[in-house]
Write a protein that binds this ligand. Sequence first.
Ligand SMILES: [Zn+2]
Length: 360
Amino acid sequence: MFIRFRYISALSVRATVLLTPLFAALFALPAQALVILQYHHVDATTPAVTSVSPDTFREHMTLLEEMDMTVVNLEDAMQQLLTGESLPERAVAITFDDAYLSVYENAWPELKKRNWSFTMFTSTDPVDKKYKDMMNWDQIREIQSGGAVIANHTRTHPYLLETPAGEDRKDWWQHEINGAEERIREETGQSTRMFAYPYGEYSLEMAAWLEDQGYIAFGQQSGAAGASSHPQIVPRFPASGVYANIETLKTKLESLAFNIQPSEVRDPVLNDNPPELTITLTVNDFRPDQLQCYGAGVGELEIEKDIQGDDDQKIEVTMQQDTAIKAGRGRYNCTAPSLSQPGRYYWYSQLWVNTDVSNR
Ligand SMILES: [Zn+2]
């Protein structure tokens, strides 16, 4: 395992040596970070990996209050973030995928009583087919009138990287994604063109198609969203299963967005395994020597540095884990502590998808 640094900038090298609070003050940008939480079931009896219990969900909501987080409307906040308008300090958005009945029964009362906005990414076919653990359209309209945004999560919740045999890929996306948008509009009058990828699985081609179609799209790779986030591959923090832990959730709620351009996001479908990842980060409020990167399930990736002089403030970081990713999905996560806001971390994640694994 290794990470290779290449400093593209003499300034950053000098700054790394000086590392004064003055430096931090000069280069710290306003904290334009939006933390987006992602839930599925809010139920003690559903599969643990995609669930939080009603008690745990209540604890999470209490934590948001204790931490003085501002719960924002996701649609408005994304607009503000991507156009460079100011977001509230400690902005957090709450999202649910799939429209489970348990959200209506166990999460909605907690959200309603606090008057908090949230977004529900809805797969429309299971609702249309009246599956018993799904909300129905009346319930969906009820939460909508209470401030929920009803957004798009396809019609049938497929693995979007696996186009059915004989189908044209883009025709299929059109059917799954624009079809769901139309069903939501018919039932709720709402069409926000916000989309969440089922299983968090995207491709760069799909992201480009979604951009063409006017969507903002959300994954399940972790990290705070920032002004330079890829608008069709916006990160969210899963908060179910092992990620429901209150201590690690605190760190995530305080996370900040690295300044990293959309073009740095790599296609997640594994060609070489283990994959090598090179990303360029702007160094504006962290020490490059405090950057740490991790492979999901393998821990910290070893660091190598290659320092070069120039006159910018960017570093190029290359990492690769030793062993192949065997799970259906893997991630490389990078974090670095903020200089200007002690205790807070910059956070970035790249998804990998192993399409050889069929039930991911
Ligand atoms: Zn889903």
